[in-house]
Each structure stands twice: as structure tokens, then as C-alpha cells.
Design a protein around this ligand. Structure first.
Ligand SMILES: Nc1ncnc2c1ncn2[C@@H]1O[C@H](COP(=O)(O)OP(=O)(O)OP(=O)(O)O)[C@@H](O)[C@H]1O
Ligand SMILES: [Mg+2]
Length: 321
């Protein structure tokens, strides 16, 4: 768990606090997103966790221990860090880049080599092909993958990711986001993830901290932020269509009806139980039906979603979450 307790960062030459009395608790195993406009203090907040920037006042605790009392090198070796533009070492191969921290930790050659291959597999880069390449021989998306692998190398408990998918085209970006969520489901790191893109925040975050001028204006789950934006600034950031965005966070399994199915078997449209509620809505529009069947992987009927009750259940979620 990472705790920010009344943390402020003030530069001598500036009149405003870049980070202002920030308090935040980031639970273990979750992705916590820092989102907000350029200059609101996201990178500064993140860099205070691995002591790249010292706070002016307040304290940061990791598992109850004030980071001020933890040796800086030890602290950084236990935190995976992906900087805003990835920053692979250009003269090193992919394998050498990934091995940076394990080498620092004095791991044996065989162990490092096995770990590099394991991580390349994890980020879906064939080790035989990619170990020996240099960063300049990789696409942007491949470099991002190597950045993720390098940050994970020594199996740190905490990962700091500063706009890790920022400079990618939308398709590659969505793919890497999905891959990363799959990886996180296996490794369950405590992740602080910076983005200025609210849709990325809603997709990737277990919790989202909305920052404005160095302050947290709202901290909550994506559902809470969508259902009850704290103020007009958060509403503007979300940009409307909150119900549709909420449907993106719910699966068909979450919103389907399972009773009284027999009478509705005539429904002509169907969706997978893992699909989003938004997919169900799209399928209704596509087929012109007012209900869709929900199927499991074996194509067995598990439930039914009716347009009317879908809209109702989303607004219920808004009220109760
Ligand atoms: N060394 C410094 N001295 C004075 N002010 C600084 C210094 N470093 C950063 N700042 C200011 O602190 C503020 C927050 O910067 P920070 O890098 O945390 O923003 P950010 O939210 O990460 O923005 P972006 O989305 O553009 O990356 C900015 O207004 C910036 O100008
Ligand atoms: Mg930044």
C-alpha cells in the first residue's frame, strides 16, 4: 500500500504549489490512475514515490514505512519505472535493456537470461527474434512492450508508469492496454499509472485520482467517477455520455436477467456473457431487436438483456455505486 499524507511540492521560483496537500491511499494489487490536464502535477506526484523529486512537506509511506527512511537505491530497485517516453538505452540490446535491474542486483547470468526470455514471452515478443535487437530496430509499440518488460524485470511490488502508451496510434494503444490488463491480472502489482486521457483512465483504472492544479478533486472507482462527478471540472473531463461509458465497464453477465427466460427465447440477437453492456446495446441497434440473448462460451443461453431494463440497471448502478 502506498499512502500520500498531506504531500506538497513547491519550487523556490514558483508562486503556486505544484502538488498541494495531496493525500491518497493506493491499495495493493490495484491500478491507480493519476489523470488530469498537462501541468497538473501527475509526473511530479509519481516521481516523489521513487524519490526522484523530494517533497517540500508531508510524507509518503510504502507498507507503513516512510520512504524518507528507506535507502534510495534499495527503494528504486524495488520499484519498476516506465518514464514518459520509455527511455530505452539506445546502445543496448533488448535483452540488455530488460536485464538492467537484475544486473544491478547481481543476479547470475543464467537466471537473467531465463528471466529475459520469460518477460519477452509475457509481452508477446518472440525471444529468439527480439533479444538481440536494438531499440531503433523496433516499432513504437514494441519499444513500449520492452519498457514494460524492463520495469517488471526484478519482479518489483510497485510499478510507476508515466503515460506508457502515450505516443502510439489508437489501435496499437488499445491492443497494448488489453495486453497489459491481461498481464496485470496475473501479476497483480501495485501500479501508479499516469495519463491525461480519461478514456484510458476509465479502462485501465481500479481507482482514478483526478488532479487539478496539484490537488485531488476526486478519487474513486471508474464507476463512481462516471456516476457522480464531483464538480464541473470532472464532468468536463469525462466529456458526457456517462451512461454509455458506464455500459463499457459492465459485462453482459452483470446486467442480464436470468429469470423467466423461457418466454423470451424468440430473441434473435445474441452476445457473449463476457461482452460489455455497450456491446449488447450495439447488437440491439445492429439487429433492430429490443432484446439480446446472452451466451456462454459453449453457446448455451445464460440470460437475456432487454433494452428497457438495461437502461434502468445502468441508472441504478449510477445511484448505488
Ligand atoms: N524543476 C521545476 N521547477 C519549477 N517548476 C517545475 C519544475 N518541474 C516541474 N515544474 C512545474 O510543475 C508543474 C507540474 O509538472 P508535472 O510534470 O508534474 O505535470 P504533468 O501533470 O505530468 O504534465 P504533463 O501531462 O504535461 O506531463 C508544471 O506546471 C511544471 O511547469
Ligand atoms: Mg507528465
Amino acid at each position: 500500500m502506498i499512502v500520500f499524507d498531506q504531500v506538497t511540492k513547491r519550487y523556490p521560483d514558483s508562486t503556486v504549489d505544484v502538488v498541494n496537500q495531496l493525500s491518497l491511499t493506493i491499495p495493493d494489487g490495484e491500478i491507480c490512475i493519476l489523470v488530469g490536464p498537462s501541468g497538473c502535477g501527475k509526473t511530479t506526484t509519481m516521481k516523489m514515490i521513487n524519490k526522484l523529486i523530494p517533497p517540500s512537506s508531508g510524507s509518503i509511506l510504502i507498507d507503513g514505512q516512510d520512504i524518507g527512511s528507506i535507502d534510495t537505491i534499495q527503494l528504486r530497485l524495488n520499484i519498476g519505472y516506465i518514464i514518459q517516453d520509455i527511455g530505452l538505452f539506445p546502445h543496448m540490446t533488448v535483452a540488455e535493456n530488460i536485464a538492467t535491474v537484475p544486473v544491478e542486483l547481481g543476479w547470475k547470468k543464467d537466471r537473467i537470461s531465463a528471466r529475459v526470455d520469460e518477460l519477452l514471452d509475457l509481452v508477446e515478443l518472440e525471444p529468439k527474434i527480439y533479444r538481440h535487437k536494438k531499440p531503433r530496430e523496433l516499432s513504437g509499440g514494441q519499444r513500449q512492450r520492452v519498457g514494460v518488460a524492463r520495469a517488471l524485470a526484478a519482479d518489483p511490488k510497485i510499478m510507476l508508469m508515466d503515460e506508457p502508451f502515450g505516443a502510439l496510434d489508437p489501435i496499437t494503444r488499445a491492443k497494448l492496454q488489453d495486453e497489459f490488463l491481461n498481464i496485470q491480472a496475473k501479476i497483480k502489482k501495485t501500479i501508479v499509472f499516469v495519463t491525461h486521457d480519461i478514456d484510458e483512465a476509465l479502462k485501465m483504472g481500479d481507482r482514478i485520482a483526478v488532479l487539478k492544479a496539484g490537488r485531488v478533486v476526486q478519487y474513486g472507482t471508474p464507476m463512481e467517477i462516471l456516476a457522480r462527478p464531483a464538480d464541473p471540472f470532472v464532468s468536463d473531463l469525462i466529456g458526457g455520455r456517462n451512461s454509455l461509458k458506464m455500459m463499457n465497464l459492465l459485462t453482459c453477465g452483470d446486467v442480464m436477467e436470468t429469470v423467466g427466460l423461457a418466454t423470451d427465447f424468440a430473441a434473435k440477437a445474441a452476445v457473449s456473457i463476457q461482452a460489455t453492456a455497450q456491446d449488447a446495446l450495439a447488437e440491439m441497434f445492429r439487429t433492430g431487436q429490443s432484446s439480446v440473448l446472452v451466451l456462454d462460451d459453449q453457446k448455451n443461453i445464460q440470460g437475456l438483456i432487454r433494452l428497457e431494463s438495461l437502461l434502468e440497471s445502468v441508472s441504478d448502478y449510477g445511484r448505488s455505486n
